[in-house]
Ligand binder design. Structure first.
Ligand SMILES: [Zn+2]
Length: 74
């Protein structure tokens, strides 16, 4: 009889193990989101949006270009 209990215990452990393994969520291999690229309206260089300077609804590559927008474009 103890042998039967042992077998049941093994089955229970295997069942529990199988269940816990299956329970794990599938690995999320989502590729990193493509960074939004913007273009400096002053010099035309492309750069990530989060590194750009947004002034007056326009993107600039640097603070200098965002400041130097008084119409004096040489
Ligand atoms: Zn620029």
């Amino acid at each position: 009889m103890s042998r039967l209990l042992f077998i049941i215990a093994i089955i229970a452990v295997v069942y529990w193990w199988f269940k816990s393994v299956r329970k794990q969520p599938p690995r999320q291999d989502e590729p990193p989101r493509a960074e939004d690229m913007v273009r400096c309206v002053r010099c035309g260089v492309h750069l990530p949006k989060n590194e750009s300077f947004l002034v007056g609804g326009k993107y600039y590559c640097s603070e200098a270009h965002s400041r130097d927008q008084s119409g004096n474009t040489d």
